[in-house]
Design a protein around this ligand. Structure first.
Ligand code: FAD
Length: 311
């Protein structure tokens, strides 16, 4: 039973989420007594053999001009073919935007059982394959048994610690049939700030407590100082104080940074649903009774207009 992991890259660099999935795949492969292999589509600037340090023994590399633009249907076909050619029984994705669109499509093509949002390695004793996943916006866990011969798992971002245990990986070029795309991307506009929210290690976020869009300069300054992504609560985006791509929560982007700093946000359940996988949460609110403090690791009771400039 071999394990194939889809390795994503953006702007020339392999995503941190893929470092996590490679580590996960390597540990799963070890558990199953097999090897983890990676699949890279396109040409990142990084040295592919060096990705072996995350535990993948071999990298299947697919280069084709028509794959330079991400298209979930085309990529799913390519990944499914790669899985067949590599003889993979388990295919691993990150449960991020790309993984959410790819994992189900690949599962259908491979007739595989799928668990999305895994948070731990599967239990495989006695021939079982039971995967723990987060449900109800992370408020509970379910253990799901995959019974099909082929299996697809998407791993929650930040659920697994990256480990550099391997050596150099062998790289082989893989030939696959690339189907024609059914869509044509005519224009792409980069909407987020300097740091993509889903990849950000630190996110600085602000809510209605900021009173108006004119007060975001201090939030932007703090984010820039920390090299952080910028986020906001939904009413802030609804009021057009900030763009909707910054809105985090149940109906916005779900994030899992190492550090989430929430400024003037009450901590409504719908907001928490998108940020409660953050490793450390710092809340700044002038109301000591704000619900967000219950979910916080560190809390500062104070006026944002005094606290943030001091930070
Ligand atoms: P408020 O609730 O108005 O809170 C502002 C906070 O700022 C208060 O706690 C206040 O004490 C504090 N404050 C005020 N002045 C200061 C100051 N000077 N310094 C420090 N603190 C100050 N919301 C989301 O964010 N994301 C979602 O995805 C989302 N999805 C939703 C889906 C549904 C179906 C529904 C019904 C709601 C959803 N909401 C979502 C809205 C959510 O319920 C809350 O209304 C929203 O999160 C509140 O935003 P807020 O905390 O910025 O504003």
């Amino acid at each position: 039973m071999s394990v194939l992991v889809f390795i994503e890259h953006t702007e020339g660099h392999v995503k941190k989420a893929s470092h996590e999935t490679m580590t996960y795949a390597a540990q799963l492969a070890q558990q199953l007594g097999t090897a983890a292999e990676g699949l890279v589509i396109g040409q990142p600037q990084e040295d592919l053999p060096a990705l072996g340090k995350y535990g993948v023994k071999k990298i299947h590399h697919v280069v084709n001009d028509t794959l330079s633009q991400f298209d979930a249907q085309v990529y799913a076909s390519v990944i499914a073919q790669a899985a067949e050619k590599a003889g993979a029984d388990v295919v691993i994705f990150s449960n991020n935007a790309a993984g959410k669109s790819l994992a189900p499509r690949v599962a259908v093509r491979l007739r595989a059982g799928l668990v999305s949002g895994a948070v731990a390695l599967p239990q495989t004793e006695g021939g079982k394959f039971v995967v723990k996943k987060a449900v109800f916006s992370g408020k509970a866990f379910a253990e799901v048994s995959i019974t099909t011969p082929k299996k697809v798992i998407s791993l929650n971002v930040n659920a697994f610690t990256v480990q550099e245990t391997g050596d150099m990986a062998e790289v082989t070029q893989l030939q696959v049939d690339v189907p024609a795309s059914k869509v044509k991307v005519t224009n792409t506009t980069k909407t987020s700030g300097a740091v993509a929210l889903t990849e950000a290690e630190t996110v600085v976020s602000a809510g209605r407590g900021l009173k108006g869009p004119e007060n975001w300069k201090m939030v932007e300054d703090l984010a820039e100082l920390l090299g952080a992504g910028l986020a906001c609560s939904r009413p802030v985006a609804d009021a057009h104080w900030r763009p909707h791509n910054e809105h985090v929560g149940q109906t916005g982007v779900a994030i899992a940074p190492n550090l989430y700093i929430a400024i003037g946000i009450s901590g409504a359940i719908q907001h928490l649903a998108g940020v409660n996988r953050s490793k450390t949460i710092v809340v700044i609110n002038k109301d000591a009774e704000a619900p967000f403090f219950k979910a916080a690791d560190y809390g500062i009771v104070g006026d944002a207009f005094e606290v943030v400039p001091k930070m």
